[in-house]
Design a protein around this ligand. Structure first.
Ligand code: SF4
Length: 726
C-alpha cells in the first residue's frame, strides 16, 4: 500500500488528508496529523472521501470521454479530444471575431485549483481580452472580499485558526459552523473546554447546531445585521468600551460612523432585529473585551467568524464592513486571539481570489480599475494590455446570456443550473447561449442537458496543484491515482484550448513574446511559478516559497523572498494596506432586504448547507452513509406556523416566490423563527418538482450587493400552501 498526502476537496477549512492507495485504487483516507488546519481530524465528509472514489463509482458516476451534440436537442455522442478542443477553439474564435471579446464568458469554481484558475484567468483576460471570467465563489465570499478591501485596504483575512484557542470571545455570525466547517468547530469546542471563561456569541435567524451551544444566541430577523452591528457600536461608545487612542492613531472615518450610530440604540435594534435589548448590550460588552466602563481595564481578545449568512445579501459588503468596524473600534485586530476571520465555503475560494479569477479582480490582489495594475499584469503575462472594462459577475453573466449578449459560455467544475439564483432566468440563458462548454468530472449534473460539449475533467485524488484555505494557508493537492477514462486536468484543458486560440486569433502578445506561446506550461508547478511571480511586492507575496517548500509543509501567505515561513496574523503593527496606512471605518445606513414579505408572500426563506452533503451532491450524494443524516429535503417551518396553515410534518407543500415554485415535504422545526422557512441547498430538479425547478434556487432572487455582486441567497419572500401533486 502507498500513501499520498493531499487536501480535502470540500470546505474552506482545508484539512490535510492522507490517501491510502494500492494498485491504482484508493483504499482509504485519514486525517493528516501534521497538517496545521486539522491535526489529523476529519469530518464525516472528509473521512468518507475514499468511498466516493471506488472503482464502481469511478466507472458509473464519472464522465470518461468528451461528448458532443450534433445540434440542440440531439443526444450527446463521444468525440476525440483533439476534435473537442478544436471545436471549443473554433467556436470561441468565431464568436469573438463576429461579436467582440465580451461575447464570450467563463464561469469557474472555487473547487478548481489555483493553477487551473490561473490558466483560465490568463486565457480570458490576457489572450482573449475579456474580463468576463467569474466563479461560483461570487456566491460564496465576494462580500467578504469587498469588505476587507473597503475596511483594511486588501483582501486579506487578518486572523488565523490558532486564534480560536486564544480568544476570550468568539462571535460567529451568519455561519452554521458546526455543520459547514466541522473540523474548525471541533477546535472551537476544544478551546471552550480549555477556557471556561470563553464566551460564544452566535448571530443567526435560525437556532442551528452552532447557535444551540452558544452562551448567547441572537436570532435576528434575516437581513438586519447592519442594524445589530451599529447598535453594538452604540453600546460600546455609550459605555466607553471603545479604544479612542487606537482609533485616533490607526483609522479614518470614525466621526461619520459615530454620527451614524447615534440613534441606533439597543432599543431600536431590538425592534428591527427582533432580539432582546439586553442581549444586544451583552453582545457588545463581550465583543469589546472590557466590562462596562471603570470595572475592568484589561481588554480580552475577540475573534469573529462569518460566512454565507453575512455575505449572501444585497447589503453583504455593508454587513462585512460594519462587523469590521467593531474590531477597529476596540483595536480587536492584529493581536493573538483577535480579528475578523471570514470562512470560505469552498476549498479554494481563496486561491481564486489570489489569482484574480473574478470579473472585477486582477492577479495578486490588483484592481481592474487601476491602470498601473492592468499594465503590470499585462507585462507579466506578455500581452499588450488587459481590458479596463469590468467583466460580468456571476448573476450578470447569465443575465447577459439570457439577453443574447454573451453567446459562448465555458463552464468549469460548477453547476449553475442548480446553484445560481432565479433558475428560470438561468435556464433561459443556457438555452439561448449559442455554445455551452461544460468541463465536468461527473457524468450528469443539472447543467449537463444544456451543454453542447462536455469535457471530462479529473477530480480529487487525481489532480495536482495547490489550494489556499480560510486562514491564507497554501496546501498541496496531490494525485494518488490516474483519472478515469480519458479525463484530463482542468489546467491542461484550458492550456490546450489557449494554444489553439493563439493560432486562430490576431496576436495580443508583446514583441518580446512574439513567436512563442504564452501558455507554455508543461506542469502545474510551471503554472504556479508564474502565479508566484505575479505576487512579488504585493500584500500576498509568496516569492519566498518554492514548490519543494510547499511539498514539505503548508504555508500561510505572505511569505516574501528571504523568508521561509508565512505570517499567522496581519496588521500587528497597526499598518494597513490603504494609501495612508490607516484602516477605514464605514458608515452605511441600514438597508432593507431586496424584497419584503407581504400578504401574498408572508414567509422569509433562507437556504443553507447540511452537515453531510456538499453542493449539488455529485460526490456526497453517492454515499448512503452520508445520505442517512438527512435522506430527503424538507422545508423547515416553526410548529406554530404549521398549525396556523393546517399542516403537519410530512405534508407536501408548494412553496412559491415571485419567480417560481416547487413541491417539497414540510417539517416542523424549532430552528427557524416565526414567519421563516428554511430549505437545504443540495437538492435540485431531479428531486424537487416544480416549474423549471433548480431546487431552492427556483425561488431565490438575483438581487445583488452593489459593491460585491453577491446575490441575496439568504432571503426571499415566499408563500407556503398545501400541494396538489401534478
Ligand atoms: Fe473536509 Fe471541511 Fe470536513 Fe475538513 S472540515 S474534512 S476540509 S469538509
Amino acid at each position: 500500500m502507498s500513501e499520498t498526502r493531499s487536501t480535502c476537496p470540500y470546505c474552506g477549512v482545508g484539512c490535510g488528508v492522507v490517501i491510502e492507495h494500492e494498485a491504482g485504487r484508493i483504499t482509504g483516507v485519514r486525517g493528516d496529523p501534521d497538517h496545521p488546519a486539522n491535526f489529523g481530524r476529519l469530518c464525516t465528509k472528509g473521512s468518507t472521501l475514499h468511498l466516493t472514489a471506488t472503482p464502481v463509482l469511478l466507472q458509473t458516476a464519472r464522465l470518461h470521454r468528451p461528448m458532443a451534440r450534433a445540434g440542440r436537442g440531439q443526444p450527446l455522442a463521444p468525440i476525440g479530444w483533439d476534435a473537442a478542443l478544436d471545436q471549443v477553439a473554433d467556436r470561441f474564435a468565431q464568436t469573438l471575431q463576429a461579436h467582440g471579446p465580451d461575447a464570450v464568458g467563463f464561469y469557474l469554481s472555487g473547487q478548481l485549483l489555483t493553477e487551473d484558475y490561473h490558466v483560465f484567468n490568463k486565457l480570458a483576460k490576457g489572450l482573449l481580452g475579456t474580463n468576463n471570467v467569474d466563479t461560483n465563489s461570487r456566491l460564496c465570499m465576494s462580500s467578504a472580499v469587498a469588505g476587507y478591501k473597503a475596511s483594511l485596504g486588501a483582501d486579506a483575512p487578518p486572523a488565523c485558526y490558532e486564534d480560536l484557542a486564544l480568544a476570550r470571545t468568539v462571535f460567529i455570525t451568519g455561519s452554521n459552523m458546526a455543520w459547514a466547517h466541522p473540523v474548525l468547530f471541533r477546535r472551537l469546542e476544544d478551546a471552550r473546554a480549555a477556557n471556561p471563561d470563553m464566551k460564544l456569541v452566535v448571530v443567526d435567524p435560525r437556532r442551528t447546531e452552532t447557535a444551540a451551544v452558544a452562551d448567547l444566541h441572537l436570532p435576528i430577523q434575516p437581513g438586519s445585521d447592519v442594524t445589530l452591528h451599529h447598535a453594538m457600536l452604540h453600546v460600546m461608545l455609550a459605555e466607553g468600551l471603545h479604544d479612542a487612542a487606537w482609533i485616533a492613531a490607526r483609522t479614518t472615518g470614525f466621526d461619520a460612523l459615530r454620527d451614524r450610530v447615534r440613534d441606533i440604540t439597543p432599543t431600536h435594534a431590538a425592534r428591527v432585529c427582533g432580539v432582546p435589548e439586553a442581549d444586544v448590550v451583552q453582545a457588545a460588552r463581550w465583543f469589546a473585551g472590557l466590562d462596562a466602563a471603570g470595572v475592568s481595564t484589561r481588554r480580552q481578545p475577540t475573534l469573529s467568524l462569518y460566512c454565507q449568512g453575512l455575505n449572501q445579501s444585497s447589503s453583504g459588503t455593508d454587513k462585512n464592513t460594519t462587523l469590521i468596524n467593531l474590531h477597529l473600534a476596540c483595536g480587536q485586530i492584529g493581536q493573538p486571539g483577535a480579528g475578523p476571520l471570514s470562512l470560505t465555503g469552498q476549498p479554494n475560494a481563496m486561491g481564486g481570489r489570489e489569482v484574480g479569477g473574478m470579473a472585477t479582480l486582477l492577479s495578486a490582489h490588483r484592481d481592474l480599475g487601476n491602470a498601473a495594475h492592468r499594465a503590470e499584469v499585462a507585462r507579466l503575462w506578455g500581452v499588450t494590455d488587459v481590458p479596463a472594462k469590468p467583466g460580468k459577475a456571476a448573476v450578470q453573466m447569465f443575465e447577459a446570456a439570457a439577453e443574447g449578449e454573451i453567446r459562448a459560455l465555458w463552464i468549469a467544475c460548477t453547476n449553475p443550473a442548480q446553484s445560481l439564483p432565479d433558475q428560470t432566468l438561468v435556464r433561459r440563458a443556457l438555452e439561448r447561449c449559442e455554445f455551452v462548454v461544460l468541463q465536468e468530472a461527473y457524468r450528469h449534473t443539472a447543467t449537463t442537458p444544456y451543454a453542447d460539449l462536455l469535457l471530462p475533467a479529473s477530480s480529487w485524488g487525481e489532480k495536482e496543484g495547490s489550494v489556499t484555505n480560510s486562514e491564507r494557508r497554501i496546501s498541496r493537492v496531490r494525485p494518488a491515482i490516474a483519472a478515469p477514462g480519458e479525463a484530463r486536468h482542468d489546467w491542461r484543458i484550458a492550456r490546450d484550448v489557449a494554444q489553439r486560440l493563439e493560432a486562430r486569433l490576431p496576436s495580443r502578445r508583446t514583441p518580446e513574446h512574439a513567436g512563442r506561446s504564452l501558455f507554455d506550461f508543461p506542469t502545474p508547478e510551471s503554472v504556479w511559478l508564474e502565479h508566484r511571480e505575479m505576487t512579488r511586492g504585493r500584500d500576498l507575496d509568496i516569492t519566498g516559497l518554492d514548490w519543494a517548500a510547499l511539498d514539505r509543509a503548508p504555508v500561510q501567505w505572505p511569505c516574501p523572498e528571504g523568508q521561509s515561513t508565512g505570517k499567522a496574523r496581519l496588521y500587528a503593527d497597526g499598518q494597513f494596506v490603504t494609501p495612508d496606512g490607516r484602516a477605514r471605518f464605514s458608515a452605511p445606513a441600514p438597508r432593507a432586504t431586496a424584497e419584503s414579505q407581504d400578504a401574498d408572500f408572508p414567509f422569509a426563506l433562507t437556504s443553507g448547507r447540511l452537515r453531510d452533503q456538499w453542493h449539488g451532491m455529485s460526490r456526497t450524494g453517492t454515499l448512503g452513509r452520508l445520505l442517512a443524516h438527512t435522506p430527503e429535503p424538507a422545508l423547515q417551518v416553526a410548529p406554530r406556523d404549521l398549525d396556523r396553515l393546517g399542516l403537519a410534518s410530512g405534508h407536501l407543500v408548494r412553496v412559491s416566490s415571485r419567480r417560481g415554485s416547487l413541491v417539497v415535504p414540510v417539517q416542523a422545526s424549532d430552528e427557524p423563527g416565526d414567519a421563516q422557512a428554511h430549505l437545504a441547498m443540495h437538492w435540485g430538479s431531479e428531486v424537487l418538482g416544480g416549474a423549471g425547478s433548480g431546487g431552492v434556487n427556483t425561488l431565490t432572487q438575483p438581487a445583488c450587493c452593489p459593491a460585491s455582486g453577491q446575490p441575496e441567497l439568504k432571503h426571499s419572500a415566499v408563500r407556503i400552501e398545501p400541494a396538489e401533486l401534478p
